[in-house]
Design a protein. Structure first.
Ligand SMILES: Cc1cc2nc3c(=O)[nH]c(=O)nc-3n(C[C@H](O)[C@H](O)[C@H](O)COP(=O)(O)OP(=O)(O)OC[C@H]3O[C@@H](n4cnc5c(N)ncnc54)[C@H](O)[C@@H]3O)c2cc1C
Length: 368
């Protein structure tokens, strides 16, 4: 195996799911990859469709273990819990160690929880997505036991908070129950005022109250908002922003304010040429972008090229797009599409979203 570079692919995020389809190209370049990731990948584009009850969980899930086996990629079904960068070793959560020459991280993000609310069993976080998908079962159990909507408070006024609140309304509507959902957010400036106003009105008609402020604490059956107001709260959902998955901090390399590894346009750490990152867990110093799946998808071909590059060169830069389409699933058969200042809300927006998202999952699962 002289001359073979051992590549550790940590996390089966959007970019690595592309890369493992190119084993021949990696091997031709003398690179032998090992994928280290949990068995299941949940695709965020379809997560709120599952939460609203429009889709089954299987629609948003990719069996990473089975995919790696079909593609012939070496696979370890675990998470990296620590990194010894000096010795080029990963410490895995099954207690074993894994050596590498090159490291590529596509481990995504987790929900930011500055107030330490997530430890309460009545609190669900937007990410990791398996936790969000558990929320649907918890609500359905509540409905069977009590025959009414739980009082759900969604904390966070960003697009995820709105989309989750809309999905919860959709789930309760599907069960023919009047939703009792509040969305509490500090700032609603993530889109032009017109679509936010229209969205807020349509949610109000469906029983979702949008309140300004922040959730400070959950206590018993209510939560306390900033300025002392209280809301009934059987369940609290945190959609309070995202930050890089915690393993990034273990690298000890430069990160930005959201814990993302600072990388060059070639997707390499600014301080270590053997460490690469793509998707939510990395940020290009001069081209920062919000966390969205599209960037992991678009970075994937560049990441593949650069992971197969030799020391002599062949690296390509990746320039993330300045405008991108994002479509929210509103849980009632309609969607809200946004691209820069342009937007539209309606059934056609959701139709387009499903087409793109179902297409992505089908492409990832395809092995022939
Ligand atoms: C409710 C909600 C809806 C969203 N909808 C959209 C949408 O419609 N479109 C869109 O573009 N974006 C959407 N986003 C944002 C999107 O989730 C992220 O931007 C996207 O998932 C990031 O992709 P990624 O490839 O970086 O990582 P991810 O898709 O998060 O994948 C990372 C993977 O790495 C694994 N992992 C984590 N830590 C480790 C470790 N230590 N070792 C090994 N594996 C690890 C994780 O389990 C996960 O499977 C949404 C977010 C939320 C919260």
């Amino acid at each position: 195996m002289t001359g073979v570079r051992r590549l550790a692919l940590v996390g089966a995020g959007h970019a690595h799911l592309h890369i493992i389809h190119h084993l021949d190209r990696l091997r031709a370049a003398g690179v032998e990859p090992t994928l280290i990731a949990p068995r299941q990948f949940h695709y965020s584009g379809l997560a709120t469709g599952v939460l609203s009850g429009a889709l089954e969980v299987a629609a948003a899930r990719v069996d990473v273990g089975a995919l790696a086996a079909r593609l012939g990629v070496a696979y370890l079904a675990c998470e990296a819990s620590d990194i010894d960068l000096a010795r080029r070793r990963l410490i895995l959560d099954d207690g074993t160690e894994h050596e590498f020459d090159r490291l590529s991280l596509n481990v995504g993000s987790v929900t930011r929880d500055r107030r330490g609310l997530a430890a309460d069993p009545g609190v669900w976080t937007a990410k990791p997505l398996d936790r969000l998908l558990d929320l649907r079962s918890a609500i359905e159990r509540f409905l069977r036991a009590r025959g009414r909507s739980p009082s759900v408070v969604v904390a966070g006024g960003g697009p995820s908070g709105f989309e989750i609140a809309a999905a919860l309304a959709g789930l309760l509507e599907r069960h023919r129950v009047v939703p009792d959902v509040s969305l509490v957010g500090a700032a609603f400036g993530w889109a032009p005022a017109a679509p936010i106003t229209r969205l807020t009105r349509s949610l109000a008609r469906r029983g979702v109250v949008v309140l300004p402020g922040e959730v400070l604490v959950r206590a018993g059956d209510h939560c306390v908002l900033s300025e002392g107001a209280q809301r009934p709260c059987d369940m609290l959902v945190l959609a309070t922003g995202l930050e890089a998955a915690p393993i990034i901090a273990a690298l000890g390399l430069p990160v930005d304010g959201r814990g993302r590894l600072r990388v060059t346009p070639e997707l390499r750490s600014i301080n270590d040429e053997g460490v690469f990152a793509a998707g939510d867990c990395g940020v290009i110093d001069l081209e920062p972008r919000p966390m969205a799946g599209v960037f992991g998808v678009r970075a994937a071909p560049t990441l593949l090229c650069n992971l197969t590059a030799t020391a002599a060169g062949g690296l390509e830069p990746y320039l993330p797009q300045r405008r991108w389409l994002s479509i929210m699933d509103l849980g009632d058969g309609s969607g809200l599409a946004l691209r820069g200042r342009f937007w539209w809300q309606g059934r056609s927006a959701l139709w387009l979203k499903r087409r793109l998202d179902v297409g992505f999952v089908a492409r990832v699962r395809r092995t022939a």
